[in-house]
Design a protein around this ligand. Structure first.
Ligand SMILES: [Zn+2]
Ligand SMILES: [Zn+2]
Length: 186
């Protein structure tokens, strides 16, 4: 599986996708909405303010081209590193050092292959509904419900046991310093 930015300058390969992914997840939280508002990409949200991501392990990501297009954003000094590209301002994925999780935006999968996610089926979990816009025709957990944890916990446990946070192409050899100096969005 390959993921890319909107214009195709940035391309990465996911080595064993979809073997490990927990599937399609949508987050309606304040931070995820604020982020795309700040980078002016609210067009990637669903009509109720949701960001759809399909996680993969950082270790399974191999950047094939466009490393120099990467930008790294933070909403506060401590927090999730949100990666996008400078070429066409595409959000790509969210990560945290030392955590076996790269939440890759659905658009990064479908930019070059509109049916890339069809084999994953329906959305498995929708969280932080308390921040969602009203009127959604599907159920969104108020925050993170037990059933939402069941969707992602096997992925996280397996990732921790197998150290799938390591060798992330987004962090230096110390597995903590982002390869690009993060910009704090204010
Ligand atoms: Zn691009
Ligand atoms: Zn969120």
């Amino acid at each position: 599986m390959k993921i890319s930015c909107d214009c195709g300058a940035f391309i990465a390969r996911l080595r064993s996708f979809p073997k490990n992914t927990p599937g399609r997840l949508v987050c309606y939280c304040n931070d995820c909405q604020t982020y795309v508002e700040k980078i002016k990409r609210t067009d990637i949200l669903d009509p109720y303010g949701g960001s759809e991501v399909i996680p993969a392990y950082p270790k399974e990501i191999e950047i094939l081209q466009g490393l120099d297009t990467l930008k790294c954003y933070l909403l506060s000094e401590e927090g999730t590193y949100r990666w996008a590209t400078s070429c066409c301002n595409s959000p790509i994925l969210n990560t945290k050092p030392g955590f076996p999780w790269a939440g890759i935006f659905h658009t990064a999968y479908t930019n070059q292959n509109p049916t890339a996610l069809s084999e994953l089926g329906k959305i498995k979990s929708r969280i932080y509904g308390k921040y969602a816009l009203a009127g959604a025709p599907f159920k969104i957990s108020e925050e993170i419900a037990f059933r939402d944890k069941l969707v992602v916990i096997p992925f996280i446990i397996k990732g921790k046991l197998l150290r799938m946070d390591k060798d992330s192409p987004f962090f230096c050899a110390d597995n903590a310093t982002p390869i690009v100096k993060p910009e704090v969005l204010r």
